[in-house]
Design a protein around this ligand. Structure first.
Ligand code: GLY
Ligand code: MN
Ligand code: MN
Length: 482
């Protein structure tokens, strides 16, 4: 089934809107959808992606949609009028009434009927929709400052509903992860010296496409894993390199998966690569073990940091007591990002709403290098899905950073660290559901042990010979549902 097909019942969306209306005391709400964004000229747009809050409450993936939610969740859906010219170029679309039925709205009207009003609303990332919403509510909406220009009560209500996943949403995420697992295994099997990073990426995204799914975010497929958001360049992979692959499919209704695996191009880790991989895996597993309701996500981050700091001390890259090193942020020279983030309709879920959503109450983002990149500082709740993605990187620019060198001084063995440059980066990322009494690793089927990886890498056909068997695999009986 294509990920773009409607699989949730209309009552799911109607129920969410009733909850939202109740949370804001039945004040009228405007939810605006995204417009198409041109690639170069208007008729040549980028692939469309709906605003995630609109998707959550309406499930409608058509551009230029809007909705007014009133008392008791009564909903009027607004969509572009259906015209003969539109049907000529794009085919006949479902009627407005059909679309209203899909999302359980009480009525549907052409978007040209949408009138200004004193609505609660929130900023959008897409500027055309944002400008339209701002005009209707008569005040500016700034996605960079959602609490300053949106409505705080609406933001809090939306965040409280979007924070935790129900069973339908978890199924959609499992579905995305099924395609993501296929893609990672196919990529491992196809890897060998001489194959390009972009061929591996094409193979993976071909597998997503065979499942009817787009990528949830731009894939990272690179032997320069120390460039955190680096991308494939077409470079042939070399024996001795590590390939870092951070790629995930977007499943039904827009639910993301987000998975990183790192493997040796040759199929066998060098002794140093093996040590680093084992340390990152130990950090990943120790952090996952901590996941349960009531635990602060920041403590999960600090747990991963301590495991990595201990390894860095053992190798002679850090010097001192582990707790002191982590408090000082010395580990961040090698583990500079946070342990992960919320995962849902956005790959960094709710990040559009900034720290108003992700650092609630009086929690304040650290100014320390490393900890300041922690994307979430909330206590975990059952139903949240978070990523757990520790990594170790040798980043020349960070090792040369004078301010860091002065602040951290002897805690880092800078000269020894320079000798490790060239290792690149290792990250291992899983998607983890917080359950009532612990955790469920939704991505546990994606190989990550050293033994599994060494067995799989290079064991299959190279990329150009590979897509046809991958297609056959995706269409095998039982595949297509989780
Ligand atoms: N794929 C982006 C991230 O892991 O946060
Ligand atoms: Mn992630
Ligand atoms: Mn990722």
């Amino acid at each position: 089934m294509s990920a773009s097909q409607h699989v949730f019942e209309p009552s799911v969306f109607a129920h969410r809107r009733r909850q939202l209306a109740a949370l804001v005391g039945d004040r009228p709400i405007l939810l605006m959808g995204h417009r198409l964004v041109p690639r170069n000229y208007l008729a040549n747009p980028l692939p469309f992606r709906q605003d995630s809050t609109f998707l959550y409450f309406l499930g409608i993936e058509e551009p230029c949609a809007a909705a007014i939610i009133g008392v008791g969740g009564h909903t009027t859906l607004y969509l572009p009028a259906r015209t003969a010219q539109d049907a000529l170029w794009h085919g006949e679309r479902p009627t407005l009434d059909d679309m209203a039925a899909l999302c359980g709205a009480q009525e549907a009207r052409p978007v040209s009927d949408l009138a200004a009003g004193p609505y609660l609303t929130l900023p959008l990332a897409e500027s055309g929709g944002n400008t339209h919403a701002a005009r209707l509510v008569g005040r500016p909406l700034d996605p960079a400052d959602p609490t300053g220009t949106g409505d705080r009560d609406l933001l809090d209500a939306v965040v409280s509903l979007r924070l935790c996943r129900d069973e339908d949403e978890i199924l959609a995420m499992r579905w995305a992860l099924f395609a993501t697992k296929e893609a990672h295994v196919v990529a491992m099997e196809a890897t060998r010296p001489g194959v390009t990073d972009s061929a591996i990426q094409a193979l993976m995204e071909g597998v997503f496409a065979l499942h009817g799914m787009p990528t949830a975010y731009p894939s990272i497929v690179t032997a320069r894993g120390e460039v955190l958001h680096g991308h494939a360049t077409g470079a042939p992979l070399q024996r001795g390199e590590l390939l870092l692959v951070d790629a995930g499919a977007e499943g039904p209704h827009g639910y993301a998966s987000d998975i990183t695996r790192t493997w040796p191009v040759s199929g066998t880790f060098t002794p140093r690569q093996r040590d680093v991989y084992a340390a990152v895996l130990a950090a990943n597993e120790a952090a996952i073990e901590l996941v349960r309701p009531g635990v602060a996500y920041k403590d999960v981050h600090l747990c991963a940091a301590r495991v990595l700091a201990q390894a860095l001390v053992d190798w002679g890259l850090l010097r001192g007591d582990v707790d002191g090193l982590v408090e000082q942020g010395a580990h961040a020279v090698f583990f500079p990002h946070g342990v992960g983030h919320l995962l849902g309709l956005d790959v960094h879920d709710l990040e559009l709403f900034g720290d108003a959503a992700l650092y609630p109450g009086d929690r304040v983002r650290s100014e320390q290098f490393g900890l300041g990149y922690l994307r979430l500082d909330r206590d975990l709740e059952a139903g949240m899905v978070v990523t757990i993605e520790p990594g170790l990187y040798l980043v020349p620019a960070i090792l040369r950073d004078q301010a860091l060198r002065e602040r951290l001084g002897d805690s880092v063995e800078w000269v020894v660290a320079e000798q490790w440059v060239g290792l690149g980066g290792v990250r291992i990322e899983d998607d983890v559901l917080v359950t009532e009494d612990g955790f469920d690793v939704l991505s546990e089927a994606i190989p990550k042990s050293i033994e599994e990886i060494e067995e799989i890498v290079g064991s299959g056909l190279p990329p150009r010979d590979r897509l046809a068997p991958a297609e056959a695999k995706c269409r095998a009986p039982g595949v297509g549902s989780p």
